[in-house]
Design a protein around this ligand. Sequence first.
Ligand SMILES: [Zn+2]
Length: 99
Amino acid sequence: MNADLITYLTLRDKHDKATRRPGQRHTGPWSELVAMLTRHAILPNKDLGLGFAPLTLMDAPCTCGSETCPGQAGHLISTNVLAFNALMLDCDKYRDGWR
Ligand SMILES: [Zn+2]
């Protein structure tokens, strides 16, 4: 493992819980993350925007048995997380005109 690279997962939107779709898992340098996380889109519904999770997850079908489990596509649940790769802070709230 290269310590300069970060492994992360992209999600279609807030409701996407799959973790094994082709093109969904990424490993890249900080500059790649910075480029992705500093381009912003103002959407009418932010829950429908691209999601990001700096996690390493099990690469196997999920067997949790949940009614909403994506099964073969993997499942974004805590028991499938192998590692947290970055600390994320939610900074989308502002006040007094600060953005
Ligand atoms: Zn599951």
